[in-house]
Design a protein. Sequence first.
Length: 257
Amino acid sequence: MPDGSTHGGEETAMYNVRSFCIGKAHEEVIRTILKYGRYLLTEDGEKTLEMPEPLNIHIGDPFADYMISPHNMFGAGAMQQYVRDLLEGSDSAFVYTYHDRLFDYPRRVGDALQGDGDGQGYDQIAYIVEKLKEEPASRRAMAITWFPEKDMLSASPPCLQRMQCFVRDKKLNMHVEFRSNDMLSALGANMYALAHLQQTIADDLGATVGWYSHTSVSAHLYYERDYEELMRYVHGLDLIGWMEGFESAQHLKRLKK
């Protein structure tokens, strides 16, 4: 829920969702966007509801039950496959994968570009583990995905931008930041897979999993493209009457007609 503040005489809001588990956090994020989201037509011509400011999610125990909302169209099998793709890689022909950018970050050697899938790049996850083994109090154990040489002109640059890990009280805490985040279709899988990456790093350090924090700079949902998926949450969480008066309700009514 929003936490209001004042800056320069103007009231601003920082939008925060704090939850005991990933599945509940996903539901609360959708509820938050339906309440505060504003219409935006994207550069790709998609109709979205976008939060007016960045949204942060904080989960004290990312492995607490339930990790998948019962209203999520993706079940445990699909989620586990997404975890394998992140941790082990996949045969995807997409322009990038998070696995390649985190475990094989590209680098230029002379005229040759190495990494990003060929195993010759920087393993940033290995760096995080070694850095925290060397200095558990470090604030430098982080990884990035953005590679300007490829991504500045790409039509599909990475949404996940950075992750940072901390060891505090023998717990491995992790914060991630997305430049753009589909909070309906992608958020649940994003959090589920990244929490498993957090678990992997914690295991390598002999630590337990701590909190998980997730910031979305552009937190949005595609209310027209993913209408049927959205209505699973609207009906499942009994939000029809609650939504009356919000901008989102007007947009959904036009689609229903």
